[in-house]
Design a protein around this ligand. Structure first.
Ligand SMILES: *Cc1c(COP(=O)(O)O)cnc(C)c1O
Length: 400
């Protein structure tokens, strides 16, 4: 017998549909050049310091045996992470609380494994689909309701313009709360005071927050926390996920890490111990070459080069945000995140605006409704394109 939950998943409807529509349009209009600002993938190559470290690591592996790495990652990387990402922020995370992985997506999908299937899960709407779909595959989300596009057993926390795209506490108490700030897709950020309220709330009701900080490097404002552990009491309620994908262009290299503080205990059991068992059972570490490349991101050269990449994408986001605002669009995001979230004009749905932009400007973005029903009437553009494409897209949108 198969896991029937897999059949309940409606599938990668969003990006499949975008791909099909773009393909159909370009086949019918072969003379048109299409500009894509829908992607969540980087467009700059790896930084020279990173490539150099990869080469050196490969050479080293040709001279001496580097067998199975530790499940939790090499100490040299975990210590570097602690020093640069946590100690500098005044937090006392220790290196043995870091679990190195091959990117944040896997852990954001797998962390649910250490919790009971009876846990009630809360997610933002709109949301990064992995949190929802991974819970659906194990049966924790209930049934998919086509009419609403929602799962019967999830708690949805709407993120609207009226709450600045930061959710309010749900009316029903959740056991697991997925939060992602700075946010994909809305680009919204939380202040430290706002995140502190969530930490206090989780500690009060005994919930665990799974905090996705994949866009930490894009934070530009002073009062936005870089890690949830800047909040008091977070070590007894929060797991944090980080990625090298967006700050250092590792989307094709694969590297990330998860932080599980040792104080985080539920049912009298340390979640750190449970996750150690999970990793020992289900993974065999991340390659030495990739971890060496990751450590190079923290060197002086690596920092300068990757900061310049982030600044480049942020400049794109700023160009998108400012130009659209100048044209009269209602926009948010793009300040602490590479994503700009815009209100579709008039009463256009997200997909109507997608078609309108594709057909009239030959520009591709991402319909907000694809991230959840509260994303209806919104549209996501990303700063991850080239400067030329970004500027060209805006020229075309302005000409409409
Ligand atoms: C891109 C992204 C990640 C990172 O995924 P990787 O597997 O590390 O490439 C995680 N969370 C969100 C919300 C993202 O947009």
């Amino acid at each position: 017998m198969i896991n029937q939950n897999y059949l309940k998943l409606p599938g990668s409807y969003l990006f499949a549909t975008i791909g099909r529509k773009v393909k159909e349009y370009s086949e019918a209009n072969p003379d048109k050049s299409i500009v894509r600002l829908g992607i969540g993938d980087v467009s700059l190559p790896l930084a020279p310091a990173v490539v150099k470290a990869m080469h050196e690591a490969a050479d080293l592996m040709g001279r001496e045996v580097k067998g199975y790495p530790d499940y939790e990652g090499y100490d040299f990387l975990r210590e570097t992470i602690v020093e640069h990402d946590y100690r500098t922020r005044g937090t006392d995370i220790s290196s043995d609380e870091i679990f190195v992985n091959d990117g944040a997506k896997c852990d954001s999908a797998d962390l649910g494994d250490i919790f009971s299937l009876d846990c009630k899960v809360a997610v933002c709407d709109p949301v990064y689909p992995v949190y929802v779909d991974s819970n659906a595959l194990v049966g924790r989300a209930g049934d998919y309701l086509t009419e609403t596009g929602r799962w019967s057993n999830l708690i949805y926390m709407p993120c609207y313009a009226s709450n600045n795209f930061v959710p309010e506490f749900p009316t029903e108490n959740p056991d697991l709360i997925y939060l992602c700030f700075p946010n994909n897709p809305t680009g919204a950020a939380v202040t430290k005071a706002q995140l502190q309220e969530w930490v206090d709330y989780a500690n009060k009701i005994g919930a665990v927050i799974i905090f996705d900080a994949a866009y930490e490097a894009y934070i530009s404002e002073e009062d936005v926390p870089h890690t949830i552990y800047e909040c008091e009491g977070a070590k007894t309620c929060a797991i944090e996920m980080r990625s090298f994908s967006k700050n250092a262009g590792f989307t094709g290299t694969r590297l990330g890490f998860t932080v599980i503080p040792k104080e985080l205990v539920r049912d009298g059991v340390s979640l750190h111990t449970l996750w150690t068992k999970h990793q020992e059972t289900k993974m065999n570490g991340v390659s030495y070459i990739v971890q060496a490349a990751g450590a190079a991101v923290y060197t002086l050269e690596g920092k300068a080069e990757t900061n310049a990449q982030v600044a480049f994408y942020m400049k794109n986001a700023q160009i998108i945000r400012n130009s659209l605002a100048d044209m009269g669009y209602t926009v948010s995001g793009g300040v602490n995140s590479p994503y700009v979230w815009l209100k579709t004009p008039g009463s256009m749905t997200s997909w109507e605006f997608f078609d309108y932009l594709l057909e009239n400007a030959n520009v591709v973005g991402t319909p907000g409704s694809g991230f959840g029903s509260c994303g209806e009437g919104y549209f996501r553009l990303t700063g991850f394109g080239s400067r030329e494409n970004t500027e060209e897209a805006l020229r075309r949108i302005r000409a409409l």
